[in-house]
Design a protein around this ligand. Structure first.
Ligand code: PEP
Ligand code: MG
Length: 611
């Protein structure tokens, strides 16, 4: 929520197509630049700056819980401060007049969560009236906002109203952080609207309905974070990391999101709108042309077959995968199954979902990755059921993530393995372990896996004669550099270049501030990919790339040249990648890969790939 909502009177955006709605002439056209994460062009009215007032249940607490409640409040204040400082740091890339407009507002918010009357008042209410931190925040911000409105003095009513709204806004931010629900339900999203907000969590993105939503733009977020991946999976044009966005947009005004170029245009002029509409038509034509590739085989010009599969986040993507011509699901990110629900799915519920996906693929292979919790993938039900701690680790990407959690919570792991095994009777399935760093983890996981198989057989479950292969993600430098040893333990490798890039370069993949440093073509990353690939090929073990690198047609020459023949990507990328492969020749690819791998300068590598 931003000051813009107050100015717009919190009215919901009208869901009229931009064509029918005259563009208000009052504000000039403005272009903002961000990170292109999902291609296509969206034109529509802005939705999303408006946020309903926080709905909280009024809760009393026991006197002995006061300290714990104050600690929760302190954590929410610290989190709010972090968010606001981050927004402030990003203002530097905006034009000076925009900075002058927004910076004082952020300063006012920061002051309010400092050692302020508001914070003191909330603390006092928790201790003296024994209410939850959320209740205290609502009561104190209401009281303070009313006091501001009633203040005598010269300030006019509009000024007082603005200050009261600022108090309420900081209260909403604190509550969002207290309830760990940084964003909201999208039930009110009007047909054809463009969602514009500060930040979208992967779990929120999973709730978006691509049939209603025209596009997405956010202040924060990186190219290969899970939110970006989800938006690509949904086929929604999106630009993330647009500094100053939520402060600049007004609900209901027309916005153009160019997810291919990474440009967001606010209040477009008539000419800009006309050009954007032409681009929409051209893009749709291009997609139609690419669809013709669906039935053509993925083979190089000199006849080398390449296996192209799709990544799947939610079962709703299955029709897109069918249209894409993918030969299977190379990465089923099962964590989305655990999100946005109060209780964890049990074995039967999971088995049903896995089975439905396996059946829908009608004999094509499905690689199901067991839960990869951690990093930015928050799952409330895991917190609610005490499986993971309430508060995130200091550095969650380096903490209990992926296989580390599953080995510490064998029940969670066994339940999921059992569900996958039950689905494996419906078609070819492989099981994939995330975030592996050493051989001990694979051995331990395999022991558990075999125990689950024995238990299911005793239970009389129908299982395939041969147990599904157990493979591992190569997505940490530790795994890549011990690929030769891991190849003796695992049945297949899936190279996850998203995390591999993040961990190799120490760059958060979801953080727009360091997005310019996030470079999957950095020689260090490429050398790790090469090392792991060669280790697998020596062992004649299947190896694929399932990170976002696989969806870039321009990288096929290099990846084929490194010896890779199997890729999994978001469904919409399959036709373009296939088109690229059909124009390549394996000997050329090998020569090209040798040239690239001789380079140690990322700039030179980028030049070679752009040639
Ligand atoms: C990866 O890290 O490259 C990967 C495919 O896994 P995820 O994006 O789900 O972390
Ligand atoms: Mg990963």
């Amino acid at each position: 929520m931003s000051r813009t909502d107050e100015e717009a009177g919190d009215k919901p955006a009208e869901a009229k197509p931009a064509r029918d709605k005259p563009v208000p002439a009052a504000r000039p056209e403005r272009r903002l630049i961000g990170i292109p994460v999902s291609s296509g062009i969206a034109i529509g009215p802005v939705f999303g700056a408006a946020e309903p007032p926080a709905v909280i249940t009024r809760l009393k607490i026991h006197a002995e819980d006061t300290q714990a409640e104050v600690s929760r409040l302190d954590a929410a204040i610290a989190q709010s401060r972090k968010q606001l400082l981050k927004l402030k740091a990003r203002l530097a890339i905006l034009p000076e007049d925009s900075q002058a407009e927004i910076a004082p507002l952020l300063d006012a918010y920061l002051q309010m969560i400092g050692s302020s009357r508001l914070v003191r008042g909330v603390r006092r209410r928790v201790a003296e009236t024994l209410v939850s931190a959320e209740t205290a925040v609502v009561d104190e911000t209401d009281a303070l906002a009313e006091a501001v409105m009633a203040m005598p003095g010269d300030e006019d009513r509009a000024g007082r109203k603005r200050r009261a709204e600022e108090v309420r806004e900081i209260g909403r931010r604190l509550i969002r952080n207290l309830t760990r629900a940084p964003f909201r339900s999208f039930n009110a999203l009007p047909q054809g609207a463009v969602l514009a907000c500060e930040y979208l969590r992967p779990a929120d993105a999973a709730l978006l309905d691509p049939a209603r939503l025209a596009g997405v733009a956010t202040d924060d977020g990186g190219a290969d974070g899970h939110t970006a991946i989800m938006l690509r999976a949904l086929g929604v044009p999106a630009v993330l990391g647009v500094a100053g966005l939520t402060e600049a947009v007004r609900p209901g005004e027309t916005i153009i999101v160019d997810g291919t170029a990474g440009v967001v245009t606010l209040n477009p002029t008539r000419d800009t709108l006309a050009a954007a509409r032409r681009a929409v038509t051209a893009y749709a034509r291009e997609l139609q042309k690419l669809a013709l590739l669906r039935r053509l085989p993925a083979v190089t010009a000199d006849g080398e077959a390449v296996d192209l599969q799709a990544n799947l986040e939610i079962p709703a993507e299955l029709p897109l995968i069918a249209q894409s011509g993918a030969a299977g699901i190379g990465l089923f990110r099962s964590e989305f199954l655990f999100m946005n629900r109060e209780k964890l799915p049990d074995e039967a519920a999971q088995a049903e979902v896995y089975r439905s996906v396996v059946e829908a693929m009608a004999g094509d292979p499905v690689t199901i990755r067991v839960l990869d919790w951690g990093g930015e993938k928050e799952i409330e039900a895991l917190q609610a059921e005490g499986v993971v701690p309430e508060a995130a680790d200091l550095n969650p990407a380096l903490g209990i993530r992926g296989i580390r959690l599953l080995l510490r919570q064998p029940e969670l792991f066994e339940t999921q393995l059992a569900a996958i095994l039950r689905a494996a009777s419906a078609g070819p399935v492989r099981i994939l372990l995330p975030m592996v760093t050493n051989v001990g983890e694979v051995r331990q996981a395999r022991e558990i896996y075999e125990r689950v198989i024995r238990r299911l057989r005793r239970r009389g479950e129908r299982l395939p004669d041969k147990a599904p292969p157990l493979g591992i993600m190569i997505e940490t430098p530790g795994a890549a550099l011990s690929a030769d040893a891991l190849a003796l333990e695992a049945d297949f490798f899936a190279i996850g270049t998203n995390d591999l890039t993040m961990y190799t370069l120490a760059v958060d993949r979801g953080d727009s501030d360091v997005s310019s440093l996030y470079d999957p073509l950095h020689p260090a990353v490429l050398r790790l990919v090469q090392f792991a690939t060669e280790a697998a090929l020596r062992m004649r073990m299947p190896v694929s790339v399932c990170g976002e690198m696989a969806s870039n047609p321009k990288l096929m020459k290099l990846l084929l040249g490194l010896g890779l023949r199997s890729f999994s990507m978001n469904a919409s990328a399959v036709p373009r990648v296939k088109q690229a492969i059909r124009g390549l020749n394996i000997d050329d690819c090998a020569r090209f890969a040798r040239r690239v791998m001789e380079q140690s300068d990322p700039v030179r590598i980028a030049e070679l790939l752009a040639e």
